[in-house]
Design a protein around this ligand. Structure first.
Ligand code: ZN
Length: 303
């Protein structure tokens, strides 16, 4: 009697237990799943494939930020360029304005002897144009013995160029009608000529310096002329022929070919007849005078 009752009771009890287990099982499975997910989050490195998980995490968080930053920088740069272009009304105008500004800053740089500013322009970035008068075109003045002005000018031009290059400057030696003169841009341009080799009178001695008559940079070019005058006089001892600066000098063709922003002057180093000795036997003094005149101008020295 006990047995069946126990059995029944036990059957009933086990039935109740199974029902409880059936009810508890889904909840337990969910709890187990939650625990697994928590563990997975807490220890991602222990889960395979861990590297891919780390990579995926950095792709979704870091890359978009970097892209946003690059994009923001690019936007600012584009905006600045657009503002600059609009200010100067057109791109070509903007470029010309920017290069003119750079040249102005170079021209107003401190004297090279007292270089304390590391931002100062390197000498190799300073371009100097030297026109070797009549070269590639004609002889210029001719002496009785066949000596030509073009020969004398070329000797002077090459000496000037090598002295300036030795100091680190960039120098172009140009021919009289050099194609490079068209729109030529430089910190300074000096054309070297010499005067007549026929006897005029005893006053036909000395040198001349001039800039273009209707200069677009009158103050700058007047300073270049003043520098060349004083330094050339110091080096050669020749007198300045103020009254014989000719139309040919102030209307000199190269002045109208080069960029209007390039300061330029022409020098007549002396008369081939009366000043022949200094021009041909002391050419180093001629070159020194021209070089010192150019450096006086570039370095903002007092003429
Ligand atoms: Zn000449």
């Amino acid at each position: 009697m006990k047995k069946p009752s126990r059995l029944r009771k036990s059957k009933t009890a086990s039935g109740v237990h199974r029902a409880a287990v059936r009810r508890a099982q889904p909840a337990g499975k969910q709890q187990a799943a939650r625990q697994t997910r928590r563990l997975a989050r807490a220890q991602p490195a222990e889960n395979a494939p861990s590297l891919e998980r780390v990579g995926a995490a950095s792709i979704t968080t870091e890359v978009p930020f970097a892209v946003r930053r690059i994009f923001a920088i690019a936007l600012i740069a584009v905006a600045l360029v657009l503002i600059g272009a609009l200010t100067a009304q057109n791109w070509a105008g903007f470029v010309e304005w920017a290069s003119a500004l750079a040249r102005t800053q170079q021209a107003t740089a401190a004297p090279s002897g007292i270089t304390a500013n590391p931002a100062q322009v390197a000498r190799s970035d300073i371009r100097i144009g030297i026109v070797s008068g009549h070269r590639g075109s004609d002889s210029g003045a001719v002496c009785a013995d066949g000596l030509t002005e073009a020969q004398v000018n070329f000797d002077h031009a090459m000496r000037v160029a090598s002295l300036l290059r030795a100091q680190g400057y960039t120098v172009d030696v140009l021919e009289e009608f050099d194609p490079r003169l068209e729109g030529y841009t430089a910190n300074v341009l000096v054309s070297i000529h010499a005067d007549s080799c026929t006897y005029i009178n005893d006053l036909a001695t000395g040198f001349k310096v001039a800039r273009v008559l209707d200069s677009r940079l009158p103050e700058v070019e007047d300073r270049l002329v003043a520098c060349l005058k004083s330094r050339y006089q110091q080096a050669t001892g020749l007198r300045f022929h103020a009254n014989t600066v000719t139309y040919d000098m102030t209307q000199y063709h190269a002045f109208y070919e080069i960029a209007s922003t390039t300061p330029a002057a022409i020098i007549e180093t002396g008369f081939l007849y009366l000043d022949r000795i200094i021009l041909t036997r002391k050419p180093e003094r001629v070159a020194e005078g021209i070089v010192n005149g150019i450096l006086c101008f570039l370095n903002q020295e007092t003429p």
